[in-house]
Design a protein around this ligand. Structure first.
Ligand code: FMN
Length: 171
């Protein structure tokens, strides 16, 4: 599948089939994260894969009550072990590195016939306590993963002309 096809097909899946994700599909999704670029190639990402139903149910409260988080057969808790590197441009590297890896997973998931949803609405301390994640580890994002049980909505996006200018700042 062409990358643009995966990009167009990806959407935030908030309803999942009650069906396990095959281990080879999960492995392919995680491999897509492993191959992501990162600043200085630090590869500070760490991923805790949660499939246990009782644990997923507990994640709902930690995810600010978002029930579909518990209904997804897989929740990937995306963490950073090194949060100190600030690039010359002044930006922290770790949220950017994590975001790239997470979107790699989201696109590979489409390739596998799966769906995902980024979850930024969560309480990191609650996630840490549930999953035994040390205090010095940054829990950056969650990603739900599973077979979609809904249909893709139309993409609501601003036109390219609103977000791109050429040669000089044109906004
Ligand atoms: C960093 C980030 C955090 C997000 N957090 C949540 C979330 O906590 N819950 C949720 O339902 N969707 C969440 N989303 C999904 C966005 O709402 C969604 O990507 C956006 O509305 C565009 O829709 P689409 O993904 O279907 O194209 C998040 C997306 C991103 C990129």
């Amino acid at each position: 599948m062409a990358v643009m096809e995966q990009i167009r097909k990806r959407y935030s899946v908030r309803k999942y089939e009650d069906r396990a994700v095959e281990s080879e599909k999960l492995a392919a999704v995680l491999e897509a994260a492993r191959l992501a670029p990162s600043a200085r190639n630090v590869q500070e990402w760490r991923f805790v894969v949660v499939q246990d139903a009782a644990m997923r149910a507990e994640l709902v409260e930690a995810a600010n009550g978002q029930k579909f988080v518990g209904a997804a057969p897989v929740v990937i808790v995306c963490c950073a072990v090194d949060t100190n590197y600030v690039m010359r441009c002044g930006q922290c590297a770790h949220p950017i590195d994590l975001a790239i890896a997470i979107e790699h997973m989201a696109l590979q998931a489409v390739e596998e016939g799966l769906g995902t949803c980024w979850i930024g609405s969560f309480f990191p301390d609650k996630i840490r306590a549930l999953l035994n994640i040390p205090d010095d580890i940054m829990v950056v994002e969650l990603l739900t993963l599973g077979y979609p049980a809904d249909t893709a909505p139309d993409k609501k996006r601003v036109p390219l002309s609103d977000i791109v200018s050429h040669e000089t700042w044109g906004f």
